[in-house]
Design a protein around this ligand. Structure first.
Ligand SMILES: [Zn+2]
Length: 305
């Protein structure tokens, strides 16, 4: 571990003194993963959620009246000011609606955002946060307990339904979060949205639209905030949730697909492949991004104090 961080530091120092073209070829995850502190710049999410970095981030305090940050060793409890504020507000709401004592908060972003050495494709600009599906019964967990304790699944192993942990408090937590105007969308396991859809009324459309089914996410939900007002370098995500759900609540065939064809792909006839046909180019994973792939301003975030 020591050796690895020494190597990272060495490559970072080399990168900072090397001429630009060399740095543009460095893997962004190594450069951003090496920082322990944010840049002393005005706050700014730069680029998109899965291809960017972040200036002037704030640390989500490790402990608060209604929350604890988990897995502190990862150093991913950094967010845009709007994210820190949002999480503090949601933690308070959680404690008021019977969701235990508040929130256990998982990964947000690295101190300067950017691609990560392990895990997440997104979480790069300080506007994504994972919240555990374990309702806190204690808010005095030690640093060690925050490493060893695990969250619990809210989705069954066959991926089709919610677990016994589900109930009105969980639904209310999602409702409060998704009703917040700072929130762009929330990623949840499809089974969770299907459960809420069972009793949805017209009054639920606006917030329910923001719940988006994704793979995984059985033990946490993932809140994504909108670009803050005036954040010129922040790329708004398209399609929007309204477009994705065609103005409805999203309780449609695109949702049931997750518990039908997604789990049991229909067999297609083996077609004869045209030998001249090229495979479509594979999309780069953020772990393969070099500095040249990221917005130019990310260079400045690396070089800032
Ligand atoms: Zn996440």
């Amino acid at each position: 571990m020591k050796l690895r961080s020494t190597l990272l530091l060495a490559s970072l120092c080399a990168a900072l003194t090397a001429p630009l073209p060399a740095m543009s070829q460095q893997l962004a995850k190594d450069l951003f993963g090496a920082f322990r502190a944010p840049s002393k710049q005005d706050p700014m999410p730069i680029g998109s959620y899965a291809k960017g970095c972040a200036a002037g981030m704030l640390k989500m305090p490790e402990n608060g009246p209604h929350w604890q940050s988990m897995r502190l060793s990862r150093n991913r409890n950094w967010g845009q000011p709007v994210m820190v504020e949002f999480l503090m507000d949601l933690s308070y709401s959680a404690s008021q609606i019977g969701w235990g004592k508040g929130l256990y908060i998982g990964d947000i972003s690295q101190p300067r955002g950017g691609p990560m050495i392990t895990g997440h494709a997104s979480h790069q600009i300080g506007l994504d946060a994972d919240i555990w599906w374990l309702a806190p019964t204690r808010l005095d967990l030690t640093v060690g307990e925050r490493e060893s304790l695990s969250s619990i699944p809210m989705r069954s192993a066959d991926q089709k339904s919610v677990t016994a942990a589900w109930g009105p408090a969980a639904r209310n937590l999602l409702k409060v979060a998704a009703s917040d105007s700072r929130v762009d969308r929330i990623f949840v396991a499809a089974a969770i949205k299907l459960e809420i859809c069972k009793t949805a009324t017209n009054a639920d459309t606006a917030w329910l639209q923001k719940l988006r089914p994704v793979a995984g996410h059985d033990t946490h939900f993932h809140v994504r905030l909108k670009c803050p007002a005036g954040a010129k370098a922040c790329e708004t995500q398209t399609p929007t949730v309204a477009e994705l759900s065609k103005g409805g609540n999203g309780c449609d065939e695109t949702l049931t697909w997750w518990v039908t064809d997604y789990l049991n792909p229909p067999k297609t006839k083996p077609g004869k492949k045209d030998p001249d046909e090229e495979d479509p180019p594979k999309k780069k994973h953020p772990r393969q991004f070099t500095m040249a792939d990221l917005p130019k301003q990310c260079q400045g975030v690396l070089e800032a104090n």
